[in-house]
Design a protein around this ligand. Structure first.
Ligand code: ZN
Ligand code: ZN
Length: 387
């Protein structure tokens, strides 16, 4: 099990988006909240705090590297958290978010802040898939079949989005510029803003005859089967990246990556800590006292181990290199066998007599519960000064 950083802030929660949210979804969520909580719009002191949080969350989630730190359980804005550093200080206040993003929050800008028409062909988003594996599979590796639902290139139009024999047309509303300008009076003074053309969605072109298969998107959703090679020694929460197996972008843009996130099913016998395994074995009191030999089934072998005479409760045996193989480098973790020494719970009269005689030969005092003044009572008297 991976240890999560307990102090990491829930940046996804602040923006109200899922962990799989695309860049666009994050931007949209940020803009919506920024409009609602901007101090010039909402003077409430609580709103100011909220606005800071929103900006911090956007700063983190709009930056691939910082977002990755969050996804690994870290906090890129925490002092010393996440390692990758950057200029973010504690609290993550406003200045790290670009002014343009604030402007976009108020003046639209669905197509980002680029000038001119935006390209129809854009890179695709990454995709993530959970893969449940048994301990044996994470330990020794496996070739796992997976099924992914993603957008793939439309084969009818090869991503162009146009019906066969037709072409894109220049947008008449914006004359192909992709944006229209307007002057607005705002709390920031008079602002000239360019907003994307609503007729062509900022592309500068329209599709008079869309491809019948993909309706002009250049891609279609489909279910594919892949085999992912899981290396030996992977751990719960790790992600395996399959380059360009994610979503194909709009207009047939380069596919994003597919991340396969490992989820290890709990094992009946072994619990895992890093590459070490732990299990519990019960031995009777008599075996612990006299010594015995145990046969332990490890993940991939059977081992014989000696329990020494006089073994105490909660003792541990260590079987070197019988744990999980290391993901990097060679060697394996260890297997720890925790011994539970079991005291008999029901004794028949003969057995009880034997144990009492045994105690007597060792000079160990055993009071009978039915009689007054047992071991505990005398200990109490000692504390009270009656001894
Ligand atoms: Zn098509
Ligand atoms: Zn237009």
């Amino acid at each position: 099990m991976r240890t999560r950083n307990a102090v990491a802030r829930d940046y996804y929660g602040i923006l109200g988006v899922s962990r799989e949210a695309s860049d666009d979804e994050i931007k949209r969520a940020y803009r919506k909240l920024a409009r609602q909580f901007h101090p010039d719009v909402n003077p409430d002191p609580e709103a100011q705090e909220k606005f800071k949080d929103i900006n911090a969350a956007y700063e983190v989630l709009s930056d691939d590297r910082k977002r990755q730190i969050v996804d690994l359980g870290g906090d890129p804005l925490a002092p010393g958290g996440g390692g990758a550093g950057g200029p973010g200080g504690p609290g993550g206040a406003g200045p790290f978010v670009g002014f343009q993003d604030i402007m976009d929050a108020f003046f639209g800008g669905a197509g980002g802040n680029a000038r001119g028409p935006r390209p129809r062909t854009r890179p695709g988003a990454d995709a993530i898939l959970r893969l449940e594996l048994d301990l044996h599979e994470t330990a020794f590796g496996v070739e796992a079949p997976i099924t992914v639902d993603t957008a793939v290139l439309c084969t009818t139009c090869s991503g162009a989005g146009t019906a066969a024999g037709t072409h894109l047309a220049t947008c008449e509303a914006c004359a192909g510029r992709g944006e229209v300008q307007s002057v607005q009076r705002t709390f920031l003074g008079q602002v000239v803003s360019a907003r994307p053309c609503t007729v062509c969605q900022g592309y500068g072109t329209t599709i008079p005859h869309p491809c019948p298969t993909c309706a002009g998107d250049g891609r279609v959703r489909t279910r594919r089967s892949l085999t992912v090679k899981i290396p030996a020694g992977v751990e719960d929460g790790m992600r395996i990246r399959l380059a360009q197996q994610g979503e194909v972008g709009p207009g047939g843009g380069t596919a994003g990556d597919l991340y396969v996130e490992i989820h290890e099913r709990p094992h009946d016998v072994y619990s895992r800590k890093g590459d070490d395994l732990h299990c519990r074995v019960t031995v009777p009191m008599t075996a612990a006292a006299l010594g015995t030999r145990l046969t332990i089934k490890t993940l991939d072998s059977e081992e014989t181990v000696d329990v020494k005479a006089g073994t105490q409760p909660a003792s541990t045996l260590r079987l070197r290199a019988r744990g999980v193989p290391h993901l990097r480098g060679t060697g394996r973790g260890d297997l720890y066998v925790h011994l539970d020494v079991r005291t008999p719970t029901k004794l028949d009269p003969d057995q009880e007599k034997m144990l009492r005689d045994f105690a007597k030969t060792r000079g160990e005092e055993v009071a009978e519960l039915s009689k007054q003044g047992g071991f505990f009572s005398r200990m109490r008297d000692a504390f009270n000064g009656h001894a």
